[in-house]
Design a protein around this ligand. Structure first.
Ligand SMILES: C[S@@+](CC[C@H](N)C(=O)[O-])C[C@H]1O[C@@H](n2cnc3c(N)ncnc32)[C@H](O)[C@@H]1O
Length: 322
């Protein structure tokens, strides 16, 4: 599934620390406003999907119904059910299949160095600014899926000599995804965007699969957590929140944007998906495509917008560090 919108927009090199350069003032612009759109009833997730999300402790009202609806058939297939009623019965008898159901409903498409120009901008513009920092870097991939995104970042840091002492966290509400990230084993095809030299430098072969080497893995931590309920305590030098907001209602995304912006360090960088923009009210500065940072006045609080708690029903996505 291609989650990306046509890219478009200028993509220029900028400085993140200190005063903006000329290049910055030319290319920086405030995030464009998007007016919230009310969900029509037909766009709400259907009954079975709502029931599954609730069982998993996820707030159904946070999600757009249409993308979830497209995942209904794969979910039924994964549960060997022909109808929603059969699938529900299966899950009632086999609650251990709930993570399977959630993993088929919530789209987990990801990749190493997904959207390469963004990683290139991080490598050439952002990381050099951090070369002379004294303290360790703190980087969070929110909605990390199987961990490919965060391991890509770890490789960039290692190449820049910045990995040592850094703390990297990946979180996702799907226990299966987090287990995959924790195991850190990937097929050869998954590593296709990684140069052969780097593949051998940063990965080891394990039973025909590839795993990041221990000196990389030791800096990376994983947690099962519902982002709608819990923003990891900052300050973060970089937060990657990519390709998840597009599945949420405007309201749910807005409160998460605000939580993330508030958890950034003053010179922190927020990395978003191609089709995503933080709300203009937060006054984040777009430094280049998909990269944002706090404006000179910091992050502006949005009146009436704060992280919305998920109603706790049934089994909820636990917040477990692994
Ligand atoms: C399409 S993937 C994006 C993965 C990665 N960020 C990337 O861009 O390649 C979206 C991820 O968001 C996760 N997700 C959805 N709802 C979530 C929630 N409430 N809390 C945490 N993660 C969530 C999904 O499980 C999925 O792994």
């Amino acid at each position: 599934m291609d989650e990306s919108a046509p890219s478009g927009g200028a993509f220029r090199h900028v400085r993140f620390a200190g005063r903006p350069t000329n290049a910055v003032s030319r290319s920086q612009h405030r995030a464009k406003s998007r007016s919230p759109v009310a969900l029509r009833p037909s766009e709400r997730p259907g009954q079975f999907i709502s029931w599954v999300l609730e069982r998993a402790g996820l707030a159904v009202e946070n999600y757009r119904g249409e993308p979830l609806g497209r995942r209904l058939s794969p979910c039924l297939r994964a549960l060997h059910a022909h109808t929603e009623a059969q699938a529900r019965q299966t899950l009632e008898q086999r609650p251990d299949l709930l993570p399977t159901a959630i993993s088929t409903l919530l789209i987990g498409v990801t990749d190493f160095f997904r959207d390469e120009p963004v990683f290139e901008a991080l490598r050439t513009d952002v990381l050099p600014q951090w070369a002379h920092r004294s303290g360790p870097l703190r980087i969070w991939s929110a909605g990390c899926s199987n961990g490919a995104e965060l391991y890509s970042l770890a490789i960039l840091l290692a190449e820049a000599g910045l990995l040592e002492g850094s703390f990297l966290l990946g979180s996702d509400c799907r226990p299966d995804a987090v287990a995959h990230a924790q195991a850190g084993v990937y097929k050869s095809h998954d590593l296709r965007k990684i140069a052969t030299s780097n593949r051998h430098r940063y990965f080891e072969e394990v039973g025909g699969l590839w795993r990041p080497i221990e000196p990389v893995r030791q800096h990376v931590h994983w947690r099962v957590s519902d982002l709608a309920r819990h923003v990891e305590k900052g300050p973060w030098d970089m937060i990657l929140w990519r390709n998840m907001a597009i599945y949420l209602t405007v309201e749910a995304a807005q409160s998460i944007w605000q939580g993330l912006a508030g958890a950034l360090s003053p010179e922190g960088v927020l990395v978003v998906g191609k089709a995503e923009r933080p709300p203009a009210e937060l006054s984040l500065i777009c430094a280049s495509r998909c990269l944002y940072h706090a404006g000179p006045a910091g992050v502006v609080a949005v009146a009436g917008s704060r992280p919305r708690p998920t109603k706790h029903r049934g089994h909820r996505a636990s917040e477990t560090s692994v």
